[in-house]
Design a binder for this molecule. Sequence first.
Ligand SMILES: NC(=O)c1ccc[n+]([C@@H]2O[C@H](COP(=O)([O-])OP(=O)(O)OC[C@H]3O[C@@H](n4cnc5c(N)ncnc54)[C@H](OP(=O)(O)O)[C@@H]3O)[C@@H](O)[C@H]2O)c1
Length: 336
Amino acid sequence: MEKRKLGTIEVSKIGMGTMAFSHGYGKIPERQYSMEAIRAAFDYGCTFFDTAEAYGAQLYYEGHNEEILGEALKDVRSGAVFATKFHFKPEETEEGQDIYGVAKSHLIKSLKRLQTDYVDLYYLHRVSDRVPVEEVAEAMGRLMEEGLIRGWGLSQVSADTLKRADQVTPVSAVQNLYNILERDCEDDIFPYCLERGIGVVPFSPIASGLLSGKITVHTEFEKVDDVRNWVPQLTKENIAGNQPILNIIQEYAGKKDATNAQISLAWMLHKYPNVVPIPGSKNKPRILENLSAVQVMFTEEEFNALETALAGCTIYGHRGHVEMEGKSFLKKKPLR
Ligand SMILES: NC(=O)c1ccc[n+]([C@@H]2O[C@H](COP(=O)([O-])OP(=O)(O)OC[C@H]3O[C@@H](n4cnc5c(N)ncnc54)[C@H](OP(=O)(O)O)[C@@H]3O)[C@@H](O)[C@H]2O)c1
């Protein structure tokens, strides 16, 4: 598969989010199935895999997802790019804490679970308002010097915080919410990242499945650990409100002999040269379908017509809240 750069790290143009094999989208598959699905993605040409220490089985088993990824790709480790993330525990944000020591202790556990001695891309999962981001940047710089990580990033971060961090230790990638329905990043994250050679790795690039067109007002989500039960964009009213957007995507899917999910991914790949989406699915055929969105190309004319059509629509609802913090992901009001 064609490659893109996140800072100096080369990755396939589309990556794979592995979260749902452990958490967030209902009942998880058997471990063997998950490993085979990851391996099928790698065999297809995907080299970029996104996990986190927090992706535990139904949330109670920290590192479950890292273990699956590490096991699935242990014999081809050097051909894969592993991205993982850590969260500060509340006691780790107290004044006087050695932030480098804290980050390293999280990293060491991730390395063990991933069966590797380095992580390619290490993110702070959520910036803490009790730990200056400059201290995190400095710690990440030290971990890079030690060869334990190749690059670092921030997740769901504002442009101001990103700039402060990037001045201390250059950032490789930002992992923020971005898709056709969530455009905040276009204001200041993309311009800054393009200027600085930083990659943008959108999470929920298919809007938690909504943009695939497979979710309807009649869809019932699973009752166990399924974020779609609380994503405001997935209320029946908002699904119905966003139908004109889904219809436009469907129309383009027809024209391009593609699926709606592929159009949603191809749209962002066309729009920005530094974007590398990480769609998530626990279904092997869909994983391959998403990766093959690299083959869907737009002419400038087609792309501009798509953008114009989308710009004429009202967006209903938003993805939800920064978990545990109760804040909206969005800076702006969701309706426009
Ligand atoms: N940094 C962060 O804070 C953060 C937050 C959330 C996620 N992430 C990362 O981003 C990755 C992707 O995000 P996400 O999983 O939330 O959202 P997503 O990729 O936008 O959507 C996932 C949902 O879409 C469905 N889906 C995927 N491909 C499909 C297709 N081709 N056709 C129909 N339905 C499809 C999946 O269902 P099936 O499984 O049934 O296919 C799943 O319910 C995660 O795996 C994780 O690595 C990071």
